[in-house]
Every structure is written in structure tokens, then in C-alpha cells.
Design a protein. Structure first.
Length: 324
């Protein structure tokens, strides 16, 4: 497939645009033009209209969703894991649940476990039936991950399942030979291995109620022992609000180190920095899956405003009872 150039924009922040190739002809599928992927036509002289901005946003939302859908169809299970953990950066308003349901049905155990981890950070009633379904898995690792995710959601079934494990009435792991055989066959199919180690030891699955979004994405980054100290420091940042740090993160989106780019995307997403949303579009074409999938998920999050919380109806005070 021919390489697709992305025009230059925001000269003060970007060092250069990268050339990339979207799998399965993404730009051709959704019909994007260079103007719709964050650039501006050289012939354009007037400011874009509201309709043009809305069209651009919609096209980019569709492109971001398609990137994640394609990630779940990759033959390499590590790449499917990358797509699943990137979904932890989305909002519930982006409706990632059909994609996570697909991941729970994946033939690879670690993709299923990653889906449980991502669902743990999505506080929405739609996550519960998916996790309860995973709780009934015949694979102990998947059932255990679902139990921890349900507990993180405050669900009683998850709490009881963890108690069963603690009391020895439920297995948390497959038998030794089953695990070794599964890992042997999987290693033959994929060159990567850090996801296997990350999810085997439960990184990012601490059963603490109230876990926030993006923990699955953070765990996937920190599980790679080879990432640089800069990437680790950026990924571990708390939500940032000051302009200087935000500017640094936007600059890091064009860093030569893929882990720094991925960490910067993660940090901007968890910080809800919607002003940087257009900076993510060129990364839809990043050669590294960890960057590309996170950029797509972060775009979905930052381009979609959160729904206003629904307030419970006010209770009508009962009339005071008469005494005597």
C-alpha cells in the first residue's frame, strides 16, 4: 500500500510529521482527505466553518474507531492485546463494550485477561454482564481476572469469587503443565513476550475499589523492562493541568522514542487535555501499534465530551406523623 503523507501543522510543537501506513487501507476505507486528518489544504485561505470542523471531527472519530477494530483482528495476539489495553483510555460514551465483548471471546487467554483489566476501569453497568460471563470461564486466569475486575466495580459476585480463591475453593491459575504448553505454543506465534509476563503476574489488576481509567494502558507500558526512563516518568505522571507540562507532553508526541510517544498519549488522555486532540491525528499512522492504538483511543476520549451525571430525583418529604 502507498505511504500516506500528513501535512505539517503547529510548527511550534511538532518537530516533523511522520509518514505511515494505516493497515488495510484505513484512509481509503473512511474516505479521509489530508484536510480531514488534521492538516489544511494549501489552497485554503479562510477559517474553517463550523460545519467543516464538525465533519473533520466525525471523520477522525470514525478513523479512530476503525483503527481499534482492526487491531482486534490482527493475527499477532500481542497486537490484539495492545488494542484491548488502549481501550482503557476511552470513555464509556465511546461505547467500547462491543469491542471488549469481542476481546473476551478471543482465542488467546491473555487477550481475554486484558479485556477484564480494561473493563475494571470502566464504571458502567454495561461492564458487569461481560465480566460475569468471563467469571464463568473454564480458564482460571480469565475467571480470576474477571473476579478482580468485578470486585473493583464493587460487585458482590467478584468479592465472593476472590474469597473462594483465598479459601482454596477456586483455582486462580491453570495447572503448571497447561500453562507451560500454552506459553510454548504462543511463543511460537509471536515474537513479543512482555504482555504475557505482565498479565501472568497481575500487573494492573489490584482489586482495589474505585480504580480509575487507563490503568490497563499504564500497566502495558510499565511492563516492558526495556522502555526508557523518560517514558516511565511520563507514563507515571498524575493528571496534569499546568501549561508548561502540557506543552512538554504535546512536544513528546513527535519524539523519536516510540515509548515516549505512547506515554505522552497516555498522559494527555488521563489528563483530559482536549486541546491536544488534533495533535493525536498524525499518530493514527504511527508504525508502532502501542502508539497508534493509544492515539486512536485517546482521540475518542478527548473528542467526546463526558455525559452530564444523572441526578436522582428529589425525594418528596413525608408529612410528619401526628402524635397521640
Amino acid at each position: 500500500m502507498p505511504m500516506v503523507p500528513v501535512p505539517e501543522r503547529n510548527r511550534g510543537l511538532a518537530k516533523r510529521w511522520r509518514w505511515g501506513c494505516l493497515g488495510s487501507g484505513l484512509l481509503l476505507v473512511v474516505g479521509l482527505s489530508p484536510t480531514l486528518v488534521g492538516g489544511q489544504s494549501p489552497a485554503a485561505t479562510a477559517a474553517p466553518t463550523k460545519e467543516a470542523v464538525a465533519d473533520e471531527r466525525q471523520a477522525n472519530l470514525e478513523a479512530a474507531r476503525l483503527i481499534l477494530e482492526q487491531g482486534l483482528k490482527e493475527r499477532n495476539p500481542d497486537q490484539r492485546c495492545e488494542a484491548v489495553i488502549a481501550l482503557s483510555l476511552t470513555r464509556v460514551e465511546n461505547n467500547p463494550f462491543p469491542l471488549l465483548e469481542t476481546a473476551l471471546a478471543d482465542k488467546d487467554v491473555y487477550v481475554q485477561v486484558a479485556a477484564c483489566a480494561t473493563l475494571a476501569g470502566l464504571s458502567d453497568p454495561r461492564a458487569l454482564p461481560l465480566l460475569r460471563q468471563a467469571l464463568g470461564s473454564e480458564t482460571p486466569e480469565v475467571a480470576f481476572a474477571a473476579a478482580k475486575a468485578l470486585y473493583a466495580q464493587g460487585d458482590e459476585e467478584g468479592r465472593q469469587a476472590l474469597l473462594d480463591v483465598a479459601m482454596g475453593e477456586r483455582q486462580a491459575r491453570s495447572g503448571y503443565f497447561s500453562v507451560q504448553r500454552r506459553n510454548m505454543f504462543r511463543t511460537m506465534k509471536t515474537p513479543g513476550g512482555f504482555f504475557r509476563m505482565a498479565f501472568r503476574y497481575g500487573i494492573g489488576f489490584a482489586p482495589v475499589p474505585g480504580l480509575g481509567m487507563g490503568l490497563s494502558s499504564l500497566a502495558g507500558l510499565l511492563a516492558d523492562a526495556n522502555i526508557s526512563g523518560r517514558a516511565q516518568a511520563i507514563a507515571a505522571l498524575p493528571p496534569v493541568r499546568d501549561e508548561e507540562t502540557v506543552a512538554m507532553l504535546r512536544e513528546a508526541l513527535t519524539d523519536e522514542d516510540w515509548a515516549v510517544r505512547a506515554a505522552a498519549v497516555h498522559a494527555l488522555a488521563v489528563s483530559d487535555q482536549s486541546l491536544a486532540v488534533r495533535d493525536l491525528v498524525p499518530l493514527f499512522q504511527d508504525r508502532k501499534e502501542a502508539v497508534r492504538y493509544r492515539a486512536a483511543a485517546a482521540y475518542l476520549r478527548l473528542a467526546t465530551p463526558p455525559a452530564a451525571p444523572v441526578r436522582p430525583p428529589a425525594k418528596t418529604p413525608r408529612p410528619a406523623r401526628r402524635r397521640g
